[in-house]
Design a protein around this ligand. Structure first.
Ligand code: BES
Ligand code: MN
Ligand code: ZN
Length: 480
């Protein structure tokens, strides 16, 4: 998508649609007023009215985009309205889109168009021409063109990062497996990140018996990716750390999942995808922070060498785990990744992201991620960033009493606590591997992927959830 900022009154290119942001209570006269009068368009948020060949307008097509109440029109509203404008005309056959009326939120409107126009089409070879998006250029009318252009630079870096995450999550599991995922992350070195990849032999030396057990039934070698961005003035300052569950495919292992919907388990690496995208964003905008991203990359498969229900594993922490269900594999991966993270980097805090449990979807649905934290300041900062970026988080409890659900008869703990509070006992399990470090766990099982999507900036499929909110938290609270 080619994006430009233009002054009001700039010439309109050929084959252009104009989208005009309007508000509830605005009055419209002439032919546009007539069109509005013949419809139920009120200017409410998310509404559009498509007017073809309106008299007295330069554009062959005018789309009114409702943005709700004028005094609630902020950067996020501008972003969503611009995305809605793009969605309204994307397959219209026209090639360019001009957006008017975003006031001084032109850069954010551009972000909206960038995010809405994301598409993963590399495996389509015969899509009909009239099904393909036709809009390839967007120009946004800005009060101050130079200022808009400057304000867009960090937002463009964010959009690139979110696209990177969406690409990783969308890739099929025959293409994206631990080693190929690690190789894509290694390519981020071109942005100035430092990336180390550990294979199974190195992880075995570190004693990562928990993570390695999950991958042992797969012919794909498990990997641990360590991504470093040391952008603070003081390179010895304690880093902030992010850890992602990267189960590139989750069959359930010997506790195998039912066939129906199993294909969705290609996105069980959404947490690792988000952490990789976050590191991309930090490097892309040269964030003044020291940050570490750790990805536990495995494939959970059943075969003759697979781990079994009943196995007892010894984790890097020394704690032992009785496996009762090989489908509760994400926590086994994170147990070693979290322990390694705090042991090696002594971070200020750790935030892990994981498509960890179906139970979080039952509890809070598909518009919120569960947020567990052992530290109030970290929780407050996460929730504030969640609000600012409109990526929903809901605080969940870590009740000590529920730990008894994961007591084992023969080991330090079991890997599942049964159905009651399934997302909570998963979080309590993880807490045993953070060694008292300030930590938060985001259970993103309901939000990493959506079909259909519920927000205009996120096409159906991979959302990239987490990148924005963590980038925001770092920017507002941990830089400088
Ligand atoms: N990857 C799944 C969780 C999941 C389920 C994510 C549905 C997205 C949609 C995870 O590894 C898993 O299988 N969890 C089990 C845990 C159970 C065996 C204790 C679950 O949620 O059923
Ligand atoms: Mn599983
Ligand atoms: Zn899983």
């Amino acid at each position: 998508m080619d994006i430009q900022f233009v002054a009001a009154g700039a010439g309109l290119p050929a084959k252009a649609a104009v989208a005009r942001i309007v508000f509830e209570g605005d009055s419209h006269d002439g032919p546009i007023g007539q069109a509005v009068g013949a419809s139920r368009f009120t200017g409410a948020k998310g509404q559009t009215l498509d007017i073809l060949a309106p008299q007295g307008e330069d554009a062959a097509r005018l789309v009114l985009v409702g943005a709700g109440k004028r005094d609630g029109f902020d950067a996020m509203a501008a972003e969503r309205a611009a995305a809605t404008a793009y969605n309204a005309v994307k397959t219209s056959g026209l090639e360019s889109l001009r957006i008017e009326g975003v006031a001084d939120h032109a850069a954010q409107a551009a972000l909206g168009v960038r995010l809405a126009s994301y598409r993963f089409d590399k495996y389509r070879t015969k899509e009909a021409a009239d099904k393909k998006p036709s809009i390839v250029k967007a120009s946004i009318v800005a009060a101050d063109v130079d200022a808009a252009f400057a304000a867009f630079a960090p937002l463009a870096a964010l959009a690139d990062a979110i696209s990177f995450t969406r690409d990783l999550v969308s890739e099929p599991p025959n293409v994206l497996y631990p080693a190929s995922f690690a190789a894509r992350v290694k390519e981020l070195e071109s942005l100035g990140l430092e990336v180390e990849i550990l294979g199974e032999a190195e992880m075995a030396k570190l004693g990562m018996g928990s993570l390695l057990a999950v991958g042992q039934g797969s012919i794909r070698e498990s990997q641990l990716a360590v991504i470093k961005w040391y952008g603070a003035a003081d390179k010895s300052a304690q880093p902030v750390a992010f850890v992602g569950k990267g189960v590139c495919f989750d069959t359930g292992g010997i506790s195998i999942k039912p066939a129906d919907g199993m294909e969705d388990m290609k996105w069980d690496m959404g947490g690792a995808g988000a952490v990789a995208g976050l590191m991309h964003a930090l490097a892309g905008r040269k964030a003044k922070v020291n940050a570490v991203g750790i990805l536990g990359l495995v494939e959970n498969m059943p075969d003759g060498n697979a781990y079994r229900p009943g196995d007892v594993l010894t984790s890097m922490s020394g704690q032992t785990i009785e496996v009762v269900n090989t489908d509760a594999e994400g926590r086994l991966v994170l147990a070693d990744a979290l322990w390694y993270c705090q042991d090696r980097f002594k971070p200020k805090f750790m935030v892990d992201l994981a498509t960890l449990t179906g139970a979080i979807i039952i509890a809070i649905g598909n518009d919120l991620a569960g947020c567990y934290a052992n530290d109030e300041e970290l929780a407050v900062n996460l929730l504030a960033a969640s609000k600012a970026e409109d990526e929903g988080l809901w605080r969940m409890p870590l009740p000590d009493a529920y730990n008894k659900q994961i007591d084992s008869m023969i080991a330090d703990m079991k890997n599942t606590g049964g159905r009651p509070g399934g997302s909570i006992t998963a979080a309590l399990f993880l807490q045993k591997y953070v060694n008292g470090v300030p930590w938060a766990h985001l259970d993103i099982a309901g939000v990493a992927w959506k079909k259909p999507s519920s927000i205009p900036t996120s096409p159906d499929g991979a959302t990239g959830f987490g990148v924005r909110l963590l980038n925001r938290m770092v920017q507002d609270k941990y830089e400088g």
